[in-house]
Design a protein around this ligand. Structure first.
Ligand code: ATP
Length: 235
């Protein structure tokens, strides 16, 4: 990738209380690009996403979006910098219906999708519009969580294991949605253990171990590096 990164992370450290978990994460994500963070359990992938979103009690280092320093931006203002987060636990409101969930997110930037656009992209959510979150399948919850972020108009989305626990046909559907978002020019950072899924959507892979990035490479090199990947990721 050429030119300045849209999201730039340099030497990012992060702590939970006394526990120093991120040891200098550096990565760059260019506009319209999709990258995937891989690494074994506990490597710090989720913590990296949380640190970028300013959800850790303590972090140090440098994070820039479109050149602007993010380190002083309070957590409730991060979305206004154009970045959204779909956590592994999805964060939808269980007692509210699909349509109510879709009405809550604030528009933070032009280009936030209308409810109609959301239902075009996720026809199954349209069918379930009056169902409460508790009644949705795992796949529907994941789609609702992504849809909520799309309502806001952010251009960068961090997704933590979007395929976890889902059936192959639903995983395929989520892959189609992410490809659609890429076509629209969205910039995506995935944490994903499912390589078959990740290779379809990602442009580059970042290999993480012990709280830092070991190496990164384009998806075209994935096959050649599979042994190395299995060694680091342990699957
Ligand atoms: P996983 O796939 O298991 O979520 P991960 O790569 O996302 O793996 P993290 O969840 O970021 O890893 O965890 C990194 C380290 O931080 C681990 O050692 C974990 O035990 C620790 N950790 C995670 N969350 C907390 C927390 N809330 N308090 C204290 N330590 C935590």
């Amino acid at each position: 990738p050429q030119g300045p990164a849209l999201l730039e992370v340099r030497d990012l450290h992060g702590w939970y209380g006394e526990s120093h978990v991120l040891h200098g994460v550096s990565l760059d994500l260019h506009e319209g690009e999709t990258i995937t963070l891989v690494g074994r359990n506990g490597a710090g992938k989720t913590t990296t996403l949380r640190a970028i979103m300013n959800l850790l009690p303590r972090r140090e280092g440098l994070i820039r979006i479109a050149g602007a320093d993010m380190m002083k931006v309070p957590v409730h203002r991060t979305a206004y910098s154009g970045i959204g987060y779909v956590p592994e636990e999805r964060g939808i409101f269980a007692t509210l219906t699909v349509s109510e969930n879709l009405m809550l997110p604030p528009t933070v930037a032009p280009g936030g999708m209308s409810i109609e656009e959301i239902y075009d992209l996720f026809p199954n959510l349209a069918e379930r519009r009056d169902s409460p979150g508790t009644k949705l399948s795992g796949g529907e919850q994941q789609m609702l969580a992504i849809a909520r972020i799309l309502r806001t108009g952010v251009k960068i989305i961090l997704l933590d294991e979007p395929t976890e626990g889902l059936a192959p046909v639903i995983i395929q559907r989520i892959g189609d949605v992410l490809m659609e978002l890429k076509k629209k020019g969205m910039t995506l950072l995935l944490v994903e253990q499912n390589f078959r899924f990740a290779r379809k959507v990602a442009d580059r892979f970042f290999l993480m171990e012990d709280g830092h990035i070991l190496e990164s490479f384009p998806t075209s090199e994935l096959d050649a590096r599979m042994d190395r990947l299995h060694e680091v990721v342990g699957v």
